[in-house]
Write a protein that binds this ligand. Structure first.
Ligand SMILES: Nc1nc2c(ncn2[C@@H]2O[C@H](COP(=O)(O)OP(=O)(O)OP(=O)(O)O)[C@@H](O)[C@H]2O)c(=O)[nH]1
Length: 567
């Protein structure tokens, strides 16, 4: 017997209702809100991350542009010096003072080391070595014809070196190293015995050796770098040099050298005003030149794997960045000497900066929102579940009788109307059984109301178990039941009624401790075919009339005619 609904609903609607249970709808809504809020927060995080990366690159860009500018101006100066020197060689000045330099040289040239300190407030001293030193050293050559002009040119250059003395952010040392066994420098020697070692060291530098004809065929500007080794920080440099040639003769080399320690100072200074971050400067082969890390000069700042990852990135781009563990590493190739400036920003630095504060606030907001969402989801889920079960209970109570679990009178009549109309429309037979417990009052009177209830519910159980799937039973009065049998003829309905009567009669009901009862029922049966009338109320009144015929005739029997009932 189907008892789930009085009014039949279309199948798709029932399926939809099953899937869209209120609890499921609540789950779905909250899930959508949570996914959307998480996606929105995630989007914010991505935008924030983009802004962070941009800020890192811009900080790095500022420093690397400053470095590049310093080095570009060094190149400009170098070219200016070279052109001035060529002009000086072409048109030597005829000042008397300058010719005294040549005289001084003639007197000193045989000495192991010498210095011509002429007009030191205007120009720079010339430091030199002996003829023997020059003769014994490959690459050096003292050409007596060219020497006078070169010496006066050197004095003029000293004047220019002084004029352009360092006012720049990045100090440099300027040198002219002549192949004729002398040099001038903005970095004066402390004592005369240092002239030979200094000159020798300058000759050994790649910036000098690298300017030989076969090494630098187009005779242009060349950059050279040397790492600052541990404990020998002073030795590191980034230098730009150019050969001085005139009338196909290689006179010497002009060099502007940036000591690594000064570059380091510039990098340390650049960090001021920035939100943390450390800088590492690498040469074109990605060897560390200097870094602002504490362990400066001793570490590259990266593990071998990280180092290789960065190298791979740098193969194709001139600027980039990536997260390495908890650090963000941005890098930019410098235009001037092929070096790479790297900025490392740690998570700790990031968290204490603006982006960190915004990220923390964003995460906390998301956590708060999600927490509140989950909390309200639990509350609403519980409320919806309670309301749903309450609604089901109320609905059940509106349709069903709590004692027998059969349709109550109102719901049964509604259902009966629908089923009788359906049977009529489909021209099906339609039978009705009206049933009443016999002498039920005496059960109440003898054994109490509770025992009476027990008897009623037992009788209802037996009715339910006896009727077919398509049949519908309802409790239409205190101990009165009605059964609809759509598709059953009168004969079939009488057989069902008989079965019910026999079963109830045969059942021993325990009403009190040690007390059992046998009860009987009287039944009236009719069907629509008898009068061709499908109106349920008419059918029920016929069945009721026959029920009373059965009662009058002695009870415990089925009556299906309006004449003499049949026992
Ligand atoms: N225990 C109990 N008794 C009920 C309930 N509803 C109605 N009754 C009682 O059922 C009895 C019906 O008695 P009557 O209508 O006089 O009929 P009867 O005693 O069954 O006798 P006949 O129908 O003539 O065989 C009344 O005493 C009602 O109080 C119920 O829900 N529980």
């Amino acid at each position: 017997m189907r008892q789930n609904s009085v009014v039949k609903q279309p199948k798709p609607f029932i399926t939809l209702k099953r899937y869209f249970l209120p609890a499921r709808v609540v789950n779905l809504c909250f899930l959508i809100v949570m996914v959307c809020s998480t996606m929105l927060t995630w989007r914010e995080v991505i935008v924030l991350q983009g802004a962070y990366v941009t800020s890192q690159r811009s900080e790095l860009g500022n420093v690397s542009n400053a470095l590049d500018m310093q080095m570009q101006s060094a190149v400009d100066r170098l070219l200016f010096f070279r052109n001035s020197m060529q002009a000086a060689l072409q048109t030597p000045l005829g000042f008397k003072a300058l010719s005294s330099v040549q005289q001084a040289f003639r007197l000193l040239r045989a000495q192991a080391q010498w210095q011509i300190g002429f007009d030191n407030t205007r120009t720079l001293p010339i430091y030199g070595v002996s003829d023997d030193f020059v003769n014994q050293t490959a690459l050096l050559h003292r050409d007596d014809e060219r020497l006078p002009d070169e010496l006066t040119m050197a004095m003029e250059l000293g004047y220019l070196f002084r004029l352009s003395a360092n006012a720049s952010m990045l100090p440099y040392q300027a040198y002219y190293i002549s192949r004729a066994g002398f040099y001038i420098s903005t970095n004066p020697v402390q004592s005369e015995e240092k002239i030979i070692p200094t000159y020798y060291r300058l000759l050994m530098r790649p910036w000098f050796r690298g300017q030989q004809q076969q090494e630098n065929r187009n005779r242009g500007v060349r950059w050279y770098t040397d790492q600052a080794h541990q404990g020998r920080e002073k030795s590191g440099f980034v230098a730009v040099s150019i050969p001085l040639d005139y009338q196909q003769y290689w006179y010497g080399v002009l060099v502007l050298s940036f000591p690594v320690r000064d570059i380091n100072r510039l990098l340390v200074k650049s960090r001021e005003g920035q939100e943390g971050g450390q800088y590492l400067l690498y040469d074109s082969r990605f060897n560390l030149l200097t870094s602002t890390l504490k362990e400066q000069g001793t570490v590259s700042g990266f593990s071998a794997d990280e180092y290789n990852l960065l190298l791979a990135d740098m193969e194709h781009d001139t600027v980039g960045g990536r997260h390495l563990g908890s650090r963000y590493v941005s890098w930019q190739k410098l235009k001037q000497f092929g070096g790479v400036l790297v900025r490392i920003h740690t998570l700790r630095e990031g968290l204490t900066g603006d982006f960190g504060h915004i990220s923390i606030a964003l995460s906390l907001l998301w956590l708060l929102f999600t927490g509140m969402l989950l909390f309200s989801w639990r509350v609403i889920r519980r409320m919806v579940n309670n309301m749903y079960s309450m609604q089901n209970t109320l609905q059940w109570q509106a349709w069903f009788d709590p004692l027998t679990h059969l349709y109550n009178r109102g719901a049964f009549f509604e259902r009966a109307k629908i089923l009788s109309e359906q049977a009529h429309a489909e021209n099906l037979s339609f039978a009705v059984i009206q049933l009443d417990l016999d002498h039920f009052k005496s059960v109440n009177d003898h054994f109490g109301h509770q025992a009476g209830d027990l008897v009623i519910s037992h009788a209802a159980g037996m009715i339910s178990n006896t009727i077919g799937e398509q049949d519908v039973a309802g409790r239409v009065g205190g101990e009165e039941f009605c059964i609809l049998l759509p598709g059953s003829t009168l004969k079939q309905a009488v057989r069902v009624a008989e079965r019910i009567r026999a079963r109830i009669r045969g059942k021993e009901i325990l009403v009190q401790k040690d007390i059992t009862l046998h009860i009987t029922v009287s039944l009236g049966v009719c069907d629509a075919a008898e009068n061709g009338d499908y109106d349920f109320e008419s059918l029920q009144s016929v069945a009721d009339r026959r029920l009373y015929l059965a009662k009058n005739n002695g009870r415990n029997q089925v009556c299906f005619t309006d004449g003499e009932p049949k026992k």
